[in-house]
Design a protein around this ligand. Structure first.
Ligand code: AMP
Length: 249
């Protein structure tokens, strides 16, 4: 089974982002960039499938500018076999990414596509769902367990009321939740080996896809700062303030 994993390079989760002075977006100058954490989990799951003998090849793909090739090298160091970079200078948005992934699926014929449940920069949580709709394939979103059974898979999803178990035929699209696995660290020998693994560069035009954004960001602003708290002297005062000022009781 060939597995395609989509990975996005974005601002590291530990960075406190700053909004640009003109409110046009987040300032990326000098900021640490990393692989989207949910995509690391997707790569890890694919590597585990290969270690168990269920997957034969893992192809990782990213869509973005030249700098995104770091993320592909990281995914290769984590265990992917080869990488595809769909190079674009345009800002990527879920529909364009899903269309590019569909074109790549038609070229590569994987039986399983794994994405993160959301990219932590735009928090869209749309790409996997759009891809499954464009392909007409079943989808398992926010999965916390995956079992491969011949030509079928079983996934467990975390839903409001508890855990939902679904069975679906392959090919399918999956998106990862945090509890699916704990990704390994790339070892130094694997980082060195990753430099020799194949990385193909494609354009959206070559795939016949238009990545032009459909949405325009009008403004980005920081959340309002937290107001200073006050100390109350008695429980009665606290209840009075909760009732009459905060109006929460
Ligand atoms: P989103 O719908 O933007 O929250 O992204 C969900 C998932 O889609 C991510 O976790 C990635 O697996 C994939 N994805 C989104 N944008 C890209 C991109 N530019 N290149 C590759 N994969 C992407």
């Amino acid at each position: 089974m060939k597995v395609l994993v989509a990975v996005k390079r974005l601002v590291d989760y530990s960075v406190k982002v700053r909004v640009k002075a003109d409110h046009s977006g987040v300032d990326l100058a000098g900021v640490k960039m990393s692989l989207n954490p949910f995509d690391e989990i997707a790569v890890e799951e694919a590597v585990r499938l290969k270690e168990k003998g269920s997957a034969t090849e893992i192809v990782v793909v990213t869509i973005g500018d030249k700098s995104c090739q770091d993320s592909l090298r990281t995914a290769l160091a984590l265990g992917a076999d080869r990488a595809i970079h769909i190079e674009t200078s345009l800002e990527t948005q879920p529909l364009g990414v899903a269309q590019a992934l569909k074109a790549l699926v038609e070229r590569e014929s994987p039986e399983l596509v794994i994405l993160g449940k959301q990219a932590i920069d735009d928090d869209c949580n749309q790409t996997g769902q759009m891809l499954s709709a464009l392909l007409g394939w079943p989808q398992g979103t926010f999965i916390s367990k995956l079992t491969v059974k011949n030509k079928e898979i079983e996934v467990i999803r975390e839903v409001d009321g508890g855990l939902e178990t679904l069975q679906m035929p392959l090919p399918a699209v999956l998106t990862t939740d945090l509890r699916l696995n704990e990704p390994r660290y790339a070892t130094l020998p694997n980082i060195m080996k990753a430099k020799q693994k194949p990385l193909e560069i494609l354009t959206a035009e070559a795939l016949g896809v238009d990545l032009s954004p459909h949405l325009k960001t009008l403004s980005v602003s920081e959340p309002p700062g937290r107001k200073a708290g006050i100390k109350v002297e008695t429980v009665d005062q606290l209840i009075d303030k909760l009732r009459n000022e905060a109006k929460v009781i």
